[in-house]
Design a protein around this ligand. Structure first.
Ligand SMILES: *Cc1c(COP(=O)(O)O)cnc(C)c1O
Length: 368
């Protein structure tokens, strides 16, 4: 019997392959001690304040959460310096990407992304039967000028991942300004600032000032999955003028953010100490990884995030596989990002970083 075909947009979408969970690697390879440096989570765990807030909220989870996420949006509004009606929260930043695509794309509408960027933009564009325009990178980073040139009458959305995942690069304030000067009013640009907290460069600026200034075609997206350490709860948000967010409100799930995520989000935002410790440890860990790459004679892309892209050569898939099977170290292969000679490693705790380097050194020595 013929199976019922899904809607046509899905013909271009394969199931997402995430970084392998630790438990799966333990099961598959019979390993006890496994570390995951594949999904850019916080290696120091969740904010302690977030844990305390969730403990306190556990006895209330028989109730639906606040569908408006009032307290969380108020806390974000104070933190970001925008009115609460400028904030939409969702089940991860991924949820915001899905909502934006559902709310704004008609069949055949064009969406501009960079090659070697975050793959979730592609998935929801295809799912909504949009046309994806992939612009080549320049020096492993986004070529914003070329992305601006790709805009035409059919363009609806442009996703600017800044800093970019998986390359760790930024586009400068000057590049963003030049891009914004060319952006037509009817094209919505989404700045994905998932790694905002890790950037130390003076050349970088958040795009939030455009939202604060009332620009009607700019959205900024961020997540609690990286610096705040609550990836497992799924919490992200978009910031834009209320008129831009209104269509998202119409298509989103009624209770898009669960109760524990709402209380943990408020607590994590207040935990400035944890955020600063994470950023400082990440900075030190990144420098350590650079230094070890140099010692091993490996090319790497200097990063503004909590991960590093390292070039290990044509055998990158094998290297990633052996790190996993022989050493219990999970990292990300990058062929799916058009970077087949690279692996992406999340900056871990000092101990995890050392273990990764030792394992990489062994794997490479045996391959050569
Ligand atoms: C991790 C990540 C996200 C997704 O964050 P969630 O809130 O966990 O869905 C979005 N964009 C980029 C670039 C990311 O790396």
């Amino acid at each position: 019997m013929a199976s019922i075909p899904p809607q046509s947009g899905l013909s271009r979408v394969a199931p997402y392959v995430p970084g392998k969970p630790i438990e799966e690697v333990q099961r598959e390879y019979g390993l006890q001690d496994v570390i995951k440096l594949a999904s850019n989570e916080n290696p120091f765990g969740p904010s302690p304040r977030a844990i305390a807030a969730m403990r306190e909220a556990l006895t209330r989870i028989h109730m639906y959460p606040d569908g408006e996420s009032y307290e969380l949006r108020q806390a974000l509004a104070r933190y970001l310096g925008v009115p609460a009606d400028h904030i939409a929260v969702a089940n991860g930043a991924d949820g915001i990407i899905m909502q934006v695509c559902m709310a704004y794309l008609d069949d055949g509408d064009e969406v501009i992304v960079s090659r070697s960027s975050f793959p979730i933009y592609d998935r929801f564009t295809y799912a909504m039967r949009g046309r994806l325009i992939k612009v080549p990178t320049r020096n492993y980073g986004l070529d914003l000028e070329a992305m601006a040139r790709a805009i035409n009458e059919r363009t609806r959305l442009v996703f600017v991942c800044n800093p970019n995942n998986p390359t760790g690069t930024i586009v400068s304030q000057a590049e963003v300004e030049a891009f914004m000067a060319r952006l037509p009013d009817q094209v919505l640009v989404i700045f994905d600032e998932a790694y905002h907290d890790f950037v130390a460069s003076d050349a970088y600026r958040s795009a939030l000032p455009y939202v604060r200034a009332g620009r009607s075609n700019v959205m900024v997206m961020r997540t609690f999955s990286k610096v705040y350490g609550i990836a497992g709860l799924r919490l992200g948000y978009g910031v834009a003028v209320p008129e831009l967010l209104a269509p998202l409100q119409r298509i989103r799930e009624p209770f898009a953010v669960n109760l524990l995520a709402q209380v943990a989000g408020v607590a994590a935002l207040e935990d400035e100490e944890f955020r600063q410790q994470t950023v400082a440890a990440n900075h030190a860990g990144r420098l350590y990884l650079y230094q070890e790459c140099e010692r091993l004679g490996l090319n790497y892309i200097p990063s503004h995030t909590n991960f590093v892209l390292i070039e290990v050569g044509a055998q990158a898939e094998t290297v990633v596989q052996r790190l996993l099977a022989e050493h219990g170290v999970i990292v990300r292969p990058c062929a799916g990002y058009d970077l087949p000679t690279f692996l992406r490693v999340t900056v871990g705790t000092p101990q995890q970083n050392q273990r990764f380097v030792a394992a990489l050194e062994q794997v490479l020595r045996r391959l050569n």
